[in-house]
Design a protein around this ligand. Structure first.
Ligand SMILES: Cc1cc2nc3c(=O)[nH]c(=O)nc-3n(C[C@H](O)[C@H](O)[C@H](O)COP(=O)(O)O)c2cc1C
Length: 187
């Protein structure tokens, strides 16, 4: 099996629970993964503390990079990270990516992933969307990215906030090409 090199970017949209669940899931799937690099925006840390009431992002056994660290391997295509997941993805970060404004590690890493024709998954979160947001999602999709909105489903009858959020993260894990046990409709 080809092990994956994954970038996880966490931005300041609401939905820190999605980021936490993704990191929890990736810990469990570590036998399928060669490397995970994580980068958080300033507001991502703020929102995580506010919504989850702890600094739990510090405990994960992954390589964390500062948001302006352009020495991170995935700031260059040569490092061959194959997948980038932005969870949650703010409209600000989406806009910077759509317009090629690589002025921090998150937007630069996404720019690299798109130019190298690798996999970018953006778990966008806001509601409602303006035409600017919709056009930016269209642009990123046309450039090869996958817009996977933070829209949970309910047909698995989730019982808690985490179970609701897991319905999104299970789709993200599928999109990233990782094998997992998860609820499958009518199976
Ligand atoms: C509690 C909180 C919730 C927020 N929720 C959202 C959101 O759901 N979507 C969004 O696009 N921005 C949201 N924002 C605003 C972003 O954090 C802000 O636009 C920031 O500049 C985005 O930059 P970043 O992508 O570098 O984190 C929220 C901010 C706070 C403090």
């Amino acid at each position: 099996m080809n092990k994956k090199k994954i970038i996880v970017a966490i931005t300041g949209a609401s939905g820190a629970v999605y980021a936490k669940l993704l990191l929890d899931n990736l810990v469990k799937l570590s036998d399928q993964i060669e490397k995970i690099g994580v980068v958080m925006s300033d507001n991502a840390k703020e929102v995580w503390r506010f919504e989850l009431e702890h600094n739990g992002y510090e405990k994960y056994p992954f390589d964390f990079y500062q948001k302006m660290d352009f020495n991170a391997p995935f700031a260059s295509g040569s490092a061959k990270f194959d997948t980038m997941i932005i969870v949650p993805c703010s409209m600000g970060t989406l806009g910077r990516i759509a317009h090629g404004i690589s002025n921090d590690l998150i937007s630069r890493a996404a720019d690299v992933i798109l130019k190298e024709r690798r996999k970018l998954i953006a778990v966008v979160r806001d509601t409602p969307f303006s035409l600017i947001h919709i056009n930016n999602m269209k642009t990123v999709t046309e450039a090869g990215g996958i817009i996977c909105p933070a829209n949970p489903s309910f047909y698995s009858l989730p019982k808690s906030i985490e179970e609701v959020a897991q319905t999104v993260i299970s789709r993200v894990i599928d999109l990233a090409g990782l094998e997992q046990e998860s609820y499958r409709w009518n199976e």
